[in-house]
Design a protein around this ligand. Structure first.
Ligand code: ADP
Ligand code: MN
Length: 434
């Protein structure tokens, strides 16, 4: 790790020197030469050039090329002598260059689009073939690596990122791993020194979103349909999508914090690593609700608190947790804390109400089994949280009405470009038909 950091510093100094020499040689001559290719830290290499960015607003995706101009159906544009067909070399070449964007993220294609590069079909096809075989080769290598380092929990790049946080004094020490899940690894750390704009909690939890992509595939449903991420999803590479999960968790936690819901406080987000306050004490994380035995009094108290939090989450934060269960609630300081909100969505998400219903089912089943006689059943709880008034008295019909509402809202968005008021937060009575 030290060697890597020294090397990085060395490379930076080398590049700076190179830049000085470049400047000296070029002076203010009209024709200049570039030393770009001799630089150590190449701007298109790895992530090193983005190191200083805490989190990016990916809505504006600077890496996205402008759409190549398309040839109309009839296959040509222009008139007479100036006619241009879709087979035109220049048009074709530009299109091929733009299509390089579709290669795997590891495949460095450089700034061909910015340079108005025109690739002939022959060159493009050769490149494509190469890209595919590279992808397969790197997948094989990757798999090997994955197996051999399974124990180490995080990859070297993440370790470097964590190390930098300690090195910068933000964290005092990283003590160990609290949890390794399919999608994330959570560490405990002691907080370091406060900076001008930030107080670091004495104990922190570090959630590292896993950069192995497989586990995130089944989460598409959450993010693809989330209108907040609509414009940015399709064009992003997998690495960015994982950062987006971390970003989402950060935003959602902040909303909850603002509403006064007990939850971890965000300290900082760096790429796919989210640092937050630790719920627990002396390195011992607070137990999950599924693991504590509460007195019947506490159990009842916990239930009413959760009912309240679900309503707040819906009305004030405009969120549905979407993975709410006794696994994602911690018991600490005599109350329930909500965690794990990277998958949370707004109620108007195309599946938002279904997610809410599932949350309600988990919560009411847990408390009914736990002996809380006052616990509403899942349908009552759903209505109490959402303010909707679905009257179906059985699970199947209820579910069907939920889906109908979601569908209606989707159609409305399609036709009017905006959401229906039934989900709004202004306390209007819900609308069932238009
Ligand atoms: P996953 O997606 O892997 O379920 P979670 O956010 O639920 O990720 O975190 C996994 C586990 O790590 C939790 O069940 C909890 O035990 C622990 N954990 C996560 N965040 C914190 C925190 N801020 N304080 C204490 N423990 C935490
Ligand atoms: Mn969890």
């Amino acid at each position: 790790m030290l060697a890597q950091m020294l090397q990085m510093e060395f490379d930076r100094e080398y590049d700076a020197q190179l830049r000085r020499e470049e400047k000296k040689i070029n002076g203010d001559s009209k024709v200049s030469i570039s030393f770009e290719n001799y630089r150590k830290v190449h701007p298109y290499d790895s992530d090193s050039s983005e190191d200083e960015v805490d989190w990016q607003d990916t809505r504006h995706d600077p890496y996205r090329a402008d759409k190549p101009t398309t040839t109309p159906r009839k296959g040509f544009i222009g008139k007479g002598k100036d006619i241009t067909t879709k087979h035109d070399e220049v048009v074709c070449g530009r299109k091929n260059t733009a299509r390089m964007e579709n290669f795997a993220p590891e495949f460095q294609v450089g700034d061909g689009i910015g340079m108005d590069l025109k690739l002939s079909n022959q060159v493009f096809n050769a490149l494509k073939q190469h890209a595919y075989s590279e992808e397969r080769r790197s997948a094989r290598l990757h798999e090997k690596k994955e197996h051999s380092t399974a124990e180490k929990a995080v990859d070297p790049k993440t370790r470097l990122l964590l190390y930098k946080m300690v090195n910068a004094g933000m964290l005092e020490t990283i003590t160990g791993c609290i949890s390794t899940g399919k999608e994330s690894v959570v560490f405990h750390a002691y907080g370091g020194n406060a900076t001008e704009d930030k107080v670091i909690p004495p104990e922190c939890a570090i959630k590292v979103f896993k950069t192995t992509l497989n586990e995130f595939k089944n989460r598409d449903k959450y993010i693809k349909d989330d209108y907040r991420f609509k414009d940015r999803f399709s064009k992003l590479n997998p690495r960015k999508i994982i950062r987006m999960w971390a970003e989402k968790e950060m935003h959602n936690l902040t909303r909850m914090q603002n509403a006064g819901i007990p939850c971890p406080q965000v300290v900082i987000l760096k790429k796919h690593v989210l640092v937050m306050s630790f719920i627990g004490q002396d390195q011992v994380p607070a137990p999950k609700l599924k693991d504590v035995t509460l007195s019947s009094e506490d159990m009842k108290k916990a239930y009413y608190q959760i009912l309240n939090m679900m309503q707040q989450l819906y009305k004030e934060c405009n969120l549905v947790h979407a993975d709410l269960s006794e696994y994602n609630m911690l018991w600490h300081d005599g109350k329930v804390w909500l965690i794990d909100v990277s998958q949370s969505v707004e109620p108007t998400h195309p599946h938002g109400l279904e997610f809410l219903f599932r949350d309600c089912r988990n919560v009411s089943q847990f408390f009914q089994k736990g002996g809380v006689a006052e616990a509403l059943n899942e349908r009552e709880l759903f209505n109490a949280v959402s303010g909707l008034n679905i009257t179906a008295d059985n699970e199947v019909d209820f579910q069907a009405e939920i889906e109908a509402l979601e569908k209606m809202n989707e159609d409305h968005v399609q036709n009017h470009g905006k959401k229906l008021s039934m989900f709004s937060n202004d306390g209007d009575p819900p609308i069932y038909d238009e």
